[in-house]
Design a protein around this ligand. Sequence first.
Ligand code: PXP
Length: 241
Amino acid sequence: MRQKRKKLGVNVDHVATIRQARGTTYPDPAFAAVLCERAGADSIVAHLREDRRHINDEDVFRIKSAISIRFNLEMSIARDIVDVAVRLKPHQATLVPERRRELTTEGGLDVIGLGRRLQRVVRRLQSAGIEVSLFIEPDLDQMKASRDIGVGIVEIHTGHYSDAKTKRERQSHLRRIIRSAEFAHDKLGLRVNAGHGLHYDNVRPIAEIPQIYELNIGHSIVSYAVLFGMRKAVKDMLALL
Ligand code: PXP
């Protein structure tokens, strides 16, 4: 049966980014995660980066115990991060490439190039009872390699689609995403998620792809919350003056 709507995973990293800007204890990403759950989110996503620039180790444990929906930990394959994941046991781990100087995850994992090194990490996480997803480009060979490595889920990187400067360019990225989602789901039997750079104006064409199960969205939702929560924030402060 066709899914009524896509599942939504909300990434709360940038709630922690605001906290880190001032070194305070607020806003708390675990509290934000609970609010997302109450609003109907299907899962919570957080990226424990190697440089801990936003989400930290304590956050991921607090988020997991605060929510009753699925927790999807985004992570690199660095050993100390894998150690944290094995202790935390999130429902799902999404493996992403990570470069220290990048502003955000800039591309998909090179599953073919990483080969056995990646496979060892996948097996270790799966043995701890964690479902593993690989964040990859909409590329058929990377899809095949993901299936061969033994994961059941892939997440298609929608960043190039989101960053496209012209309609024509965006359409061409969309066609690649559609083709790879069909291939991964219909031919390889993988669960297909998608995310990166999706916002209120560009999400619909991706949400209309039948083979996609879940969308993971962070920056645009946190940005929207900041703007549309501003009125209440000012009124509540005024009431104290
Ligand atoms: N999916 C993955 C694998 C990501 O790395 C990110 C960014 O952390 C997202 C989804 C969410 O991207 P955005 O914050 O642009 O919505």
